[in-house]
Design a protein around this ligand. Sequence first.
Ligand code: NAI
Ligand code: SOE
Length: 388
Amino acid sequence: MPTPLNIGIIGCGFMGRAHSNAYCQVNHFFHSEHRPVLKACCARLEEKDKLEKFANTWGYESMELDWKKLIERSDIDLIDVCVPNVLHHEIVVAAARAGKMVVCEKPLAMNVQQAEEMAAAVDKAGVANMVSFNYRRVPAISLARQIIDEGRIGRPFHYRAVYNQDYTISADVPQGGMALWRLDARVAGSGVTGDLLAHSIDTAEWLNGPIQRIVAHTETFIKERKHAESGKVEPVTIDDACMFLAVFANGSTGTFESTRYARGRKNYNTFEMNGENGSVFFDLEDPHILQYFRYADPSSGKKIEDHLTGWQRIHVTNFEHPYMRHWWVPGCTIGYEHTFINALADFLASLDGGPEFHPTVRDALRTQRVCDAVLESAKKGQWVDIPA
Ligand code: NAI
Ligand code: SOE
């Protein structure tokens, strides 16, 4: 019989749903010695009705209207943090001190100081933990990592990441409130840097190693917006767009761009990496495809020269592709929600005694360092070094 893993989730919005779905599905597709049990969900008093519906929809056994009470409960093993960024630090530190396992959404924190305290707290408590940089678990992105590890890219020269959306172009979009708290720096910490580029940075460092130095520019196109809570027009203090140049420790160079003003782009999260022996390209709006260009054989370094040389579009749905043997038959695609299920499966496997889980809170501290350096650089107009 699998060991029950009692979940206490905080937040019943977008990520509350995505994580709940993962807890419900994971044991149907992956074998584990652990079985998540939806013990309790929590949101603010103002959202009691919504929370009730959420609890019924997903089958949570109980509800709490104060996250501190949830953490105090002895029947909870794992606290899952699916609330706006400003709350991550206090909840994660309290949960770790109470000896709970922690799952935390990205970006880890509002700034490096908070992130350092969170990493120290989970390390001191020795609790299993995970940060939800779920895109690592898109099978095509995991395949890119495999291709790189196999030496098929060879010496890397360039890394190029873009993460664009378009939902804040209208000046009528308010700041604050459900989902739009992302436009309020007091709640989000930053704009696209923490919200979108944190994903790109996590993926980039996972694929291409640490970023050593960066220089950035940010822009806020709409300077004032009505605040949904105060009803008043207030200054906008987030970055609407951010671009930065990066130098990686392996000597390759990177460009990163993100905006919420790219008309037509909804969740356009792409990267391309170019090396001596080959290249890879990925686009989240075409998520089951990895594009790969093979120039040279990785073992001999011998150039592959024939008239058929060209980019391959790999449909990442075969049994031999990452995660895919757990899903359907070759050719049948999986989607966004499966990235959370794949991540949870790896987390449970680590609890079962399998490979260590990454990214942890400590790994996400690294991403936070890069995000903070980007914002500092944009402010000063200077290159900023990132501590190793
Ligand atoms: P949301 O606005 O849809 O939901 C936030 C939830 O937090 C709401 O249920 C609200 O009731 C709850 N909440 C707010 N204050 C609270 C409090 N004091 N106590 C208890 N509950 C409280 O936000 P969403 O999109 O779910 O974002 C949550 C987190 O997930 C953020 O950190 C965000 O950056 C991250 N996120 C990550 C994604 C990914 O791809 N990994 C995708 C979307 C969001
Ligand atoms: C913003 O719209 C958002 O939901 C981010 O918060 C997520 O992290 C990203 O994965 C999708 O877009």
